[in-house]
Design a protein around this ligand. Sequence first.
Ligand code: NAD
Ligand code: MN
Length: 477
Amino acid sequence: MTFEYAPAPESTSIVDIRPSYGLFIDGEFRDSIDGDTIKTINPATEEVLSEVVAAGPRDVAAAVEAARRAYQTGWGTMPGTERAKYLYRIARIIQERSRELAVLETIDNGKPIRESRDVDLPLVAAHFFYYAGWADKLSYAGFGPHPRPLGVAAQVIPWNFPLLMLAWKIAPALACGNTVVLKPAETTPLTALVFAEICQQADLPPGVVNIITGAGETGRHLVEHPDVDKIAFTGSTEVGRQIARAAAGTRKRLTLELGGKAANIVFDDAPLDQAVEGIVNGIFFNQGHVCCAGSRLLVQESIHDELLTALKRRISLLRLGDPLDKNTDIGAINSAAQLERIRALSEIGELEGAERWSAPCPLPDRGFWFPPTVFTGVSQAHRIAREEIFGPVLSVLTFRTPEEAVAKANNTPYGLSAGIWTEKGSRILWMADRLRAGVVWANTFNKFDPSSPFGGYKESGYGREGGRHGLEAYLAV
Ligand code: NAD
Ligand code: MN
């Protein structure tokens, strides 16, 4: 049984959302030249939060021009020790404003405050601190004695970790001496706009960071702008493919961080209670809107029934509801469109013959919600075993031998992450050697650290973010 907790809502009085925002270009907020407007909503209530610009091609050009000027008039040649000071300052302001940013992230995105407060924001600050530390040590990073920046970086990010993806993009770019134009996702622009204010607060030279809001069209204008030297994209494999096509044959350097369909592999000697926690964290963290989510559970046949019983009992205890409540485990789905995608793929799962089970939790009347769901009896041919659902839906498959586990885990067009649960260290190493995944977790899942590189194989994209490896994407090496 779930205990009834008294509501513990986080106050929203700390955030001050303006009715509308301009574009952050050349160090100031400006009206759009040729853009449109879009509204961003709170997905937990469907309430309109604010109106932002959908930047047009001339807006995009103005931002790229500002970034170019800032690159040429100082940032690109500034000593690393000086760039580091700005990055440390930004990191400290993020820490000071972290409660405000966490609340705003939760309101705009729908993720539980417990996650934005305890995971997203600490990682955002850590990322800036980490790359601030590299800014004056690039000569020792293994890319030659004086590695040079690339120039102007066009960065397009998704809605699942709005501020964290911004940090992953902006911190290494600036540390290496590049200037940036970043486009947040259309459903989650607000924390990026507060980040623009933080750049002002940190006295960052104008044009070093430019934030332009908008949807896919704005993103396309940005990545296709001829004066961009580098494109960094995180999002769907489909859009990633379009961008790769557009960048082919140009001088632009490209890194892509795309989807995933990670296997979380549980052997019969694994500590089951811990594995259950890891499976839950693997697929229900952030409503499953995680590219490295453990969306395919591969369980050794002999413990299938025991593990599934324990897993369903645990999932039944998850609390779904108001993302601002500090007791909430599962927040809102980010958008009506994403909810529709999750519903459609789940229906296909049933039609193809897998058995569907959902936690018996009531869903709020307003907003976008999907209960934590488990499909058993899934075969490798099922679409729910092959396609990224990007929601709180787990597909369960079985295996008998480690060889079979490896074969099934690798039987996917993706290759971003994997998890292994076993008591045997030798088996962890044997498996990790054979799994085609950029990140392999052992007896844990969804652990992130700025010093650890992250990225994929195959259709999960190319290039690494984080760690020393993450510098390479922003240096002319
Ligand atoms: P998307 O790829 O359409 O959007 C990601 C970002 O790219 C957004 O900022 C969007 O405005 C921008 N964009 C869209 N079209 C563009 C174009 N032609 N040129 C340049 N930028 C463009 O992703 P989505 O529609 O929000 O989600 C669809 C699916 O993508 C999800 O169901 C999920 O499977 C996957 N996804 C993966 C990640 C990830 O972290 N790897 C993140 C979000 C979504
Ligand atoms: Mn929103």
